[in-house]
Design a protein around this ligand. Structure first.
Ligand code: ADP
Length: 590
């Protein structure tokens, strides 16, 4: 499976919105809860207000209709006792009678006043010709004759129009003289309701709508007629279905033609009439919706503001990221060119090292030739002298003495063989194949090779090595070469020291084998790094070329180890060869 490397920029970009998403979700939940609570509280409050208003309005309507009806009731009673009407009924009808009726009509606001004799003959009538009704034959006429009260009557003149009357008998000294009929102007009241835009209607005891602010509701019934004959013209009146709904705190609710109303009923103190006031719930909904819309608008404004702030922050952050990525890119480019530069330098260094190694080898060869010729010249000269002496002795026939000279020559040859043998060992390049080598053996071999010089300089050797083998992977010849080099340098450094001592110690650590060569000389000058530079030497020309330590360090490095130099606190130089141990040999750590 392949993983996309996590890009710090996208990671940071991703990290930011997570907090904002949580915040946004919280804000959303809070907004929904707030809206819901507002809806509940506002609906309740506006419904209560609507209920209160409906209650007040319905009372007002009921009072108004009651006072109108009372006015007409009183007016009909007063008319029944009017002298002029009495005289008109007892005497001959005159112009004055009609004038009187007209005066009363305008005073009371009635639509018409009609005067009939007890037999039903019209005496005087203010009804317009086209709207005239003959009350004398109507059922309420007889009712009026029968009782001394104002009889209320409704006459349906069409499907959409009813006329309302009060009939009252006129009597004098127990004799019934006639009947006066007053037509009530309830339509005027109804017109006021229409213009007020309130939904209100009046029903009689039979639940028939007599008056209504809505024309289409007029003369319809709220309940089916049980006995259609009991109501005049009942067959013509349709039903107005009013569906009762669950009541609210404010009161009962009904639905008419999919419109929901709060219903308030007020009884009118007249023949079981009821004023019903309908307050449309949609009004509450509209008001609640209005307030909620304002709330949503406010929230939207807040959200917009929040988004604006967030977008500004994101823009700032992305700008910053862009800047950072540009800086990183520039840094990358710089690093790339630096790496290239380094590779170039490394390559040229390697080339330099290779050529140096080549020249080191040549220099070592030169040094070797000088050493060989220096070491062999002396015995050769001595041999020449002994040989000349032996020749002379033989000529003088003294062979015994000549034999001594030959013996000397033999000794010298032996010595020269030893010298060449040692030099050969030193000069040997060593096999390139590495093997397991006991460091202790190499130290002993190096000391053996150096024995003549050490003996000559009367140097004391202090040697300390573990009892068990200290095994490293190396070429023993080359390792010996390094040790010989260090021992020779130590011996050279102690030329003017009265009691020269070389301490050579082998340590077998947990992972490393370490060989320390320490002298009692003055120590080296300058930095340790300087000593390992090729051709650095403080020795007189002919004595050293400054390649020994450089080559030695190279050999140790080839074997995977390290060669270091330091000056001891109590004087003298300390050189240390450390090589990886093949296996721990129970050695000691200083
Ligand atoms: P050379 O012996 O031909 O000078 P080396 O590379 O072996 O070349 O040594 C370089 C120099 O390091 C010497 O000339 C000497 O100044 C210094 N040096 C090496 N070993 C010692 C030592 N044991 N004490 C003091 N100086 C030393």
């Amino acid at each position: 499976m392949r993983h996309r490397p996590s890009d710090p920029f996208t990671a940071r970009l991703r990290r930011v919105p997570r907090a904002q998403v949580v915040l946004g979700a919280l804000a959303l939940v809070f907004s929904v809860v707030l809206l819901w609570a507002s809806w509940l509280v506002l609906t309740d409050r506006y419904m209560t207000a609507l209920g209160n208003r409906a209650s007040v309005r319905s009372t007002l309507y009921a009072n108004a209709i009651e006072s109108v009806l009372k006015t007409y009731t009183v007016a009909s009673a007063l008319l029944a006792q009017d002298r002029l009407l009495l005289s008109a009924l007892t005497g001959a009808p005159s112009e004055q009678t009609l004038l009187t009726l007209g005066g009363v009509q305008s005073t009371t606001g009635a639509l018409s006043i009609s005067l009939y004799t007890a037999t039903g003959t019209p005496v005087a009538d203010t009804q317009s010709i086209d709207r005239q009704i003959n009350h004398g034959v109507a059922p309420y006429f007889q009712l009026a004759l029968d009782q001394d009260v104002s009889v209320f009557a409704t006459v349906a003149v069409s499907d959409t129009e009813q006329r309302f009357f009060f009939a009252r008998r006129i009597q004098q000294s127990g004799t019934i003289l006639g009947v006066v009929v007053i037509e009530l102007d309830l339509a005027g009241l109804q017109d006021e309701w229409v213009s007020s835009a309130d939904q209100v209607f009046v029903t009689n005891a039979e639940d028939l709508i007599l008056l209504s602010s809505r024309a289409e509701w007029r003369y319809r019934s709220l309940s089916p007629f049980l006995d259609p004959l009991s109501v005049q013209g009942a067959g013509r009146f349709g039903l107005l279905p009013m569906l009762s709904l669950d009541p609210s705190n404010a009161g009962p609710q009904v639905a008419i033609d999919d419109e929901v109303f709060l219903r308030i009923d007020r009884e009118v103190d007249f023949r079981g009439w009821t004023v019903t006031y309908l307050a449309p719930i949609s009004e509450v909904r509209e008001r609640v919706t209005g307030v909620l819309a304002l709330e949503i608008m406010g929230m939207s404004l807040l959200v917009a503001l929040g988004l604006y702030v967030i977008s500004r922050r994101v823009a700032r952050r992305s700008l910053q990221l862009q800047r950072e990525s540009e800086e990183l890119r520039a840094l990358n480019v710089r690093l790339g060119s630096e790496i290239e530069e380094r590779l170039r330098i490394e390559q040229s260094l390697q080339e330099a090292e290779e050529s140096l190694e080549q020249s080191s080898r040549l220099a070592a060869l030169g040094q070797m030739s000088a050493a060989v010729s220096h070491e062999l010249n002396q015995p050769l000269a001595a041999m020449k002298t002994y040989l000349a002496g032996a020749q002379l002795l033989m000529k003088r026939n003294r062979p015994e003495e000549a034999m001594t000279s030959f013996q000397r020559i033999d000794d010298l040859i032996t010595r020269m063989a030893t010298i060449t043998g040692q030099l050969k060992t030193f000069a040997r390049k060593g096999t390139s194949e590495l093997g397991e080598v006991d460091v202790r053996t190499c130290v002993s071999a190096a000391l053996a090779i150096m024995a003549p010089q050490i003996g000559q300089s009367r140097i004391e050797i202090i040697r300390s090595m573990p009892d068990t083998p200290v095994m490293v992977r190396a070429d023993s010849m080359r390792l010996e070469q390094v040790l010989i080099n260090l021992l020779r340098n130590a011996a050279d450094a102690m030329r003017s020291v009265p009691e020269p001592v070389i301490t050579i110690e082998v340590f077998s650590g947990p992972n490393l084998a370490r060989i320390q060569v320490r002298d009692a000389g003055p120590g080296f000058q300058g930095t340790a790094a300087k000593l390992f530079e090729p051709f650095f030497t403080t020795k007189a020309p002919g004595e050293g070329v400054g390649l020994g330590l450089a080559i030695s360090a190279g050999i140790v490095r080839d074997l995977g180890g390290n060669l270091t130099a330091r000056n001891a606190v109590d004087g003298g130089a300390v050189f240390e060869v450390s090589l990886p141990l093949i296996r721990a040999a129970g050695g000691t750590e200083p």
